[in-house]
Design a protein around this ligand. Structure first.
Ligand code: SAH
Length: 253
């Protein structure tokens, strides 16, 4: 049952979706140890080559931030998708994960991360851990990462994947609309699901001078939006093109 649903989703994504704490330190040794557990037939070298090719593709498509590209060139994306989708892991496509959610298209991950203007050591809150891939990118870039997911199953799977690969962001199962008031303020906030209005509590958890990147809008499409907090009660807003994300939903499941 699950497999056939996934296959239908896969067909949809691949054929019709063409256009569209502690600082987390990767522990290479652990990565090596766990390689035997992967279901990839390819050698580790091939995997890195595929990630490097993906990064080059994103550069051709306009991503300029070399630190974003370097992170993408290193991360084994196939570890964040179901084993039945491994052969599609390095295509610049979104792919389905459990609970009807998606791992974002690599271009979108890179574009959002570039807009964050992330510096090493900054404190970042991600809303929508999903597969954990975006969190791995933020970790690779030397950020102190906090990430919230509303589906318990996704939270648990992402935690397992990230730890296996040696990434240790602070992961939370909860409703991202609440943010993490006890950990605020954050230098950067990245929302990877689409809210219809900018979540007020998240605005309040941004440091002055901080920036939030989010796809803003309803089910029919969103504008990539950057919100900058310029003062205690002052915010500025810019938009950066059209995207399609899964909706940001209230509560937990
Ligand atoms: N960053 C993810 C993208 C996952 S898609 C990745 O790299 O794979 C967006 C995710 O946001 C989904 O997993 C969805 O369950 C989650 N989400 C939606 N609304 C949320 C909320 N209110 N709080 C936390 N997570 C939420």
């Amino acid at each position: 049952m699950r497999t056939s649903r996934r296959e239908i989703l896969l067909l949809f994504f691949v054929m019709f979706y063409g256009t569209l704490t502690v600082t987390c330190i990767p522990q290479t040794e652990n990565k090596q140890k766990e390689k035997t557990d992967t279901l990839m037939a390819d050698s580790a070298q091939n995997k890195n080559e595929k990630a490097e090719e993906l990064a080059k593709d994103l550069k051709r498509k306009g991503i300029r931030d070399e630190r974003v590209l370097a992170a993408i060139a290193k991360i084994p994306r196939e570890q964040f998708v179901d084993k039945s989708l491994i052969e599609y892991a390095y295509l610049d496509r979104p792919l389905p994960i459990e609970e009807g959610q998606t791992i974002s298209q690599p271009y979108t991950v890179a574009f959002q991360t570039e807009l964050l203007q992330l510096k090493p050591g900054e404190k970042v809150l991600e809303i929508g851990t999903g597969s954990g891939y975006q969190a791995a990118v933020l970790c690779e870039m030397g950020a102190e990462v906090y990430s919230i997911e509303r589906y318990e199953e996704l939270y648990l799977t992402a935690k397992e994947t990230l730890h296996r690969l040696g990434y240790h962001p602070h992961l939370f199962f909860g409703d991202g609309y609440e943010g993490l008031p006890e950990e605020a303020p954050f230098d950067k906030i990245l929302i990877t699901a689409a809210p219809e209005v900018i979540p007020e509590k998240l605005k309040e958890q941004l440091s002055i001078g901080g920036r939030m990147v989010l796809p803003l809008g309803g089910r029919h499409g969103q504008k990539m939006t950057v919100v900058r907090r310029t003062g205690e009660d002052r915010y500025s807003q810019t938009t950066h093109g059209d995207f399609i994300f899964v909706p940001m939903q209230k509560g937990t499941e």
